[in-house]
Design a protein around this ligand. Sequence first.
Ligand SMILES: C[S@@+](CC[C@H](N)C(=O)[O-])C[C@H]1O[C@@H](n2cnc3c(N)ncnc32)[C@H](O)[C@@H]1O
Length: 275
Amino acid sequence: MNSSPPGDAPGEGRYGEAFFRPDRAGEAERIDFGALAYDDITMARLRALGAGPGWRCLDIGAGTGTVSRRLLGETAVASVLAVDRDVRFLDARPAPGLRTLQADVTAPDFAPGSFQLVHARFVLMHLSERDRLIGRFAELLTPGGVLVLSDAVDLTSERTPATPYSTAMRAMWQGLRATIGTDVSSVPSYPHLLRGAGLDHVAAEIHVPPLVPGSAISRFWADTWQRSREAMVATGLVDDAGIDAAARYLESDACAALSAGMLTAWGQKPQGPTG
Ligand SMILES: C[S@@+](CC[C@H](N)C(=O)[O-])C[C@H]1O[C@@H](n2cnc3c(N)ncnc32)[C@H](O)[C@@H]1O
């Protein structure tokens, strides 16, 4: 029996097909706005976890490759394999040590090797079978290697004041879930899931970028609404005028809202008997 309320059942569509198609003008720029908002936080965490000389790294769903290239340029890791279902943005910006692989990471035969760092940001939330995938990604670690997962967390509650922004965000999460299965509700469970995958030294943190006019995160949400407008309107929670009002609100002095955050959770593969 399906106990989901009407309009809340996970969709059968896929990221990059119904929405966020890489062949649509401006999609690389949209991903880059997200990267601008979060890359410094991601890099600080990856450095703190030891990313550095000699490490072989896997960047899953690498997008435009900003983290892959910063790992190579700033921490001098040995190599980064950047995997994506569509590698056009990665191949457009090559870097020494960066290899790309076009692959669907949900495929049962996805086995790209073993790595000291496996990193996936803003990918798992768009995929079903999160538990299986976390287990699979953990298997790709060398002993002592770290799996680092980052995804969005919705920090609103029933007491969150209604603003054009909060209305648009509620419609976005619900619309994306109904169409392509995006689900941020299990993101706070990542530490538990990492532990269940056999990893040690599990911990997590959340970063919330300030929603200020002209910021990268404000541009990111406004762009994301434009690209998922149809799914948002189909929820009945917002109409086209409401989405336009939310975009204007983000760029106005009236804006007083809390962005969705990025939760980063990590865990380390045990060293083994001789480690
Ligand atoms: C929101 S973007 C995040 C990009 C990058 N990780 C970042 O944080 O800037 C999600 C990326 O995951 C990729 N992706 C989605 N589903 C995938 C799958 N099943 N296999 C491989 N890549 C996938 C998309 O093509 C897209 O580039």
